[in-house]
Design a binder for this molecule. Structure first.
Ligand code: SAM
Length: 235
């Protein structure tokens, strides 16, 4: 991957950035996404945020090497603290766990007033992000699932709106994605067949374990998830 050719995962994220947007890419690492989108003319201005010194230095070096310092501001800091109010209208956060992405949004809520679109790419636990979006008035407007190098990724796109609008069945939608459930692509089916198998394996182990209220609760949760996955996959 470089600033000319992104991974399919990151390119999928860039496809949802509105033309001419002012973007903050949080957890930017080498700043590949801001450099790519500015060079393509998709983005007019970008902030590349990084909390860790090494990746922050890599981002600074990359932006300088590309001569993009006038359009990309590389900043060191935790989550959304690197942006000022009204500075950007689109935020991308990619390549982290869903719980971490949700906590970055939660801690940075005060910076979201001017933001019109969130593009979030969790490596796992997209459910944490969908829950946060619902609780905070953001409506999912698109989702994508893709496989690259043997790993499955999801991209979630949200704007302020009616958070429950895309959900026909909230519990299933939170877990599996309301748009992804409808599309039911081969990658989606692959992911949830795999998850179901894994839950069934854990359930089997719990059936053999000593009975306690804790294991009973875990077993019920797993049975519920297996049932949900079966229903969606068989529809
Ligand atoms: N976004 C790039 C991508 O998708 O390829 C890089 C992903 S990399 C796995 C995650 C990056 O997020 C790391 O460089 C890490 O230092 C940064 N990061 C983690 N927590 C962060 C936070 N709270 N604020 C800013 N950056 C963070």
């Amino acid at each position: 991957m470089n600033t000319e050719k992104l991974s399919n995962r990151l390119e999928a994220v860039t496809n949802y950035i509105p033309s001419g947007a002012r973007v903050a890419d949080i957890g930017s690492d080498h700043a590949y996404l801001p450099c790519f989108t500015v060079k393509k003319g998709i983005v007019s201005f970008a902030v590349a945020g990084e909390v860790v010194e090494g990746p922050y230095q890599s981002a600074k070096k990359q932006v300088k090497m590309e001569g993009l310092e006038n359009q990309i501001s590389v900043r060191k800091g935790n989550g959304l603290e690197v942006i000022s109010p009204n500075e950007v209208d689109c935020i991308t956060i990619a390549g982290m766990g869903g719980a971490l992405i949700a906590s970055i949004l939660e801690e940075g809520k005060s910076k979201l007033a001017s933001v019109e679109r969130l593009i979030l790419q969790p490596n796992l636990s997209a459910i944490s992000i969908r829950s946060w979006l619902i609780e905070n008035g953001w409506e999912l407007i698109a989702e994508q699932i893709l496989e690259e190098d043997g790993k499955i990724y999801e991209v979630l796109v949200a704007e302020k709106g009616e958070p429950l609008k895309p959900y026909k069945n909230k519990e299933q939608g939170l877990l599996m994605g309301p748009f992804l459930m409808e599309q039911k692509s081969a990658v989606f089916q692959n992911k949830w067949h795999g998850e179901k198998k894994n839950w069934e394996r854990i359930l089997l182990q719990l059936e053999k374990a000593a009975c306690s209220s804790e294991t009973e609760k875990r077993k019920q949760e797993l049975k519920q998830k297996i049932k949900m996955a079966e229903e969606v996959l068989m529809q």
